[in-house]
Write a protein that binds this ligand. Structure first.
Ligand code: 0RQ
Length: 502
């Protein structure tokens, strides 16, 4: 591991995870690296959790604020939530223990647009960042840091925190060096300048992270893999959703509204997103590009087959099989992949300029096109909004997708009124389920309702939705977005009381 810490000055600060965790006091805000299970610190959070547990056993209340890039792993979110050590968590999580604490009212959770986190810290909106705990792949002789398998908010954590703890993970491939593009040109309003990125493969920054060596209080060496979980093969619903999207994209090319190689793709995480990528791999489009947040297996396959010429993201999220393939040939993939800070990968200015085609999952949509990405039955958090809002509002075309039913058909994912809204009717251009695709562009709310019910709802729920819509049209006080307010959320209530929406 010694050859990963080339700076003699920082080599002097190498210590155990326990010794480093002892430097983090209760009540502080800690910015941790990590994005979709890539590049999170593997040792210090667990040592800190142990410390918190001991403090709790001694009757002391030890809690910290945890800020990250996005979701991490059981060793971080799981371990800290298990010992009830988190006062407030932001901006995105997907950990089962964390989720349980949040929904039980035992942990505060601030769900934010991923592109906004860094600037909110720069503006001082989130309070003080006391400590940064950041995984890197290496430290150069002059102290510059080789970023790990995700960038996320690391530039901001290193810059803004009073004290910095580095984890140097020798499990990370040394060939990651050179893949990253860290942009240091951001200034605060009113001195902001345009971000000079015009194409997905433009490099506008430098391959290393900077950090004032005086702030670095500990260096911890690790040799531990990222959380890499396998994807299941696309199921029938995912394949059908992918089929509808591909047909739509071909149609848009024929109409001259998209170029033959499409526009930069953004794809959310999960099985459906992966199925769409698999579909593109067999589809007619060549020379594709991606300007996205997370690089999944499907995108790697597209690079391998030569269909995707460049992918820009902030993190990897790969299965073990895809990861070993990437690692075996990283020097070659490096030419096609750029990892950036998340305020750049998700930047509204850049998404709008590039004309990104955004494809994200959802929990439910209502008949007028409002989308709920985060809350089950209106009150229980699932994961968080992640980058879906950054992309949806600024995309060239914003697509949301879901199977038409959940929980074995007890729940309709198309409902009269969304029980929580993350993406308003104004930010949603296309809805897709396995039943079909609703192109909402240019349609009024009433026109949208008919298309969504006809094309996207499951036949089991279609008549009841149409019945609700028609009665709303008759009895609603206003006829722009007709609703029966005493009935609009009755489907959710029925499910909560009886286990079925109908
Ligand atoms: O629950 O696991 O208990 O069975 O929700 O649903 O169908 O497996 O779909 O994994 O694609 O997740 C919106 C959560 C979809 C995800 C969401 C239940 C369902 C299951 C998962 P179980 P599926 P997915 C870039 C973009 C926000 C962040 C984002 C998400 C579980 O896509 O978190 O877009 N998006 N980021 O049973 C009750 C419904 C339901 C429902 C599904 N209508 N009612 N439960 N479920 N629909 C990535 C990042 O930002 C990092």
């Amino acid at each position: 591991n010694a050859d990963r810490v080339l700076s003699p000055r920082l080599r002097n600060k190498i210590m155990s995870a326990e010794a480093a965790a002892a430097l983090i006091p209760s009540g502080v805000n800690v910015g941790m690296s990590g994005f979709t299970g890539a590049g999170y610190p593997k040792a210090v959070p667990a040592a800190l959790a142990k410390r918190i547990m001991d403090a709790n056993l001694n009757g002391k209340n030890f809690k910290i604020g945890v800020w990250t890039g996005a979701s991490t792993a059981p060793e971080l979110d799981g371990a800290l939530a298990m010992v009830d050590g988190v006062e407030l968590r932001l901006p995105y999580q997907s950990d089962p223990t964390c989720r349980k604490r949040i929904n039980a009212g035992e942990m505060e959770y601030l769900d934010m647009h991923l592109s906004q986190v860094a600037q909110f810290v720069w503006f001082g909106f989130l309070g003080k960042l006391d400590v940064a705990v950041v995984e890197v792949a290496g430290i150069l002789e002059d102290g510059r840091l080789v970023p790990s398998s995700s960038v996320g908010n690391n530039k901001t954590w290193l810059d803004q925190a009073d004290k910095v703890i580095l984890e140097v993970n020798s499990w990370q491939n040394p060939a990651l060096e050179g893949m990253h593009d860290i942009y240091y040109g951001t200034a605060l309003p009113p001195y902001r300048k345009p971000i000079p990125l015009l194409k997905t493969d433009d490099r506008i920054g430098e391959p290393y992270l900077r950090c004032d060596p005086d702030k670095i209080i500990a260096v911890v060496e690790t040799h531990t893999p990222d959380r890499n979980s396998a994807f299941s093969a696309p199921d029938e619903n995912s394949r059908r959703i992918a089929g509808h999207i591909l047909e739509f994209l071909e149609h848009e090319v024929k109409k001259g509204r998209l170029p033959p190689n499409l526009l930069p793709l953004q794809s959310g995480v999960g099985n459906i997103a992966n199925a769409v990528m698999a579909g593109l791999n067999e589809g007619p489009f060549d020379n594709l590009t991606a300007y996205t947040e997370v690089l999944q297996d499907g995108m790697l396959d597209l690079i391998k087959s030569g269909k995707l010429s460049c992918a820009s993201a902030t993190a990897f999220s790969l299965s073990p099989a895809a990861l070993s393939e990437l690692n075996a040939d990283l020097a070659r993939y490096r030419e096609r992949i750029i990892l950036r800070p998340q305020e750049i990968s998700n930047h509204p200015e850049l998404i709008r300029r590039l004309g990104v085609i955004a494809m994200n999952g959802m929990i439910e949509a209502d008949i007028y096109g409002n989308v709920n990405s985060t809350h089950v039955m209106g009150t229980r958090i699932m994961n968080g909004i992640g980058g879906s809002g950054d992309f949806a509002r600024n995309a060239y075309i914003s697509i949301f997708m879901t199977p038409s039913q959940a929980k074995g058909g007890d729940i309709s994912c198309i409902v009269p009124m969304a029980s929580h809204v993350d993406h308003t009717e104004h930010d949603v251009q296309v809805l897709v389920t396995e039943q079909g695709l609703a192109d909402l562009r240019g349609l009024s709310p009433k026109q949208r309702a008919r298309v969504i019910i006809d094309n996207c709802a499951h036949p089991h729920f279609r008549p009841a939705l149409m019945d609700y819509y028609k009665r709303s049209l008759m009895h609603s006080e206003g006829k722009q977005t007709p609703h029966l307010l005493d009935e609009a959320l009755s489907w959710h209530l029925k499910y909560l009381r009886g286990g079925q929406m109908l």
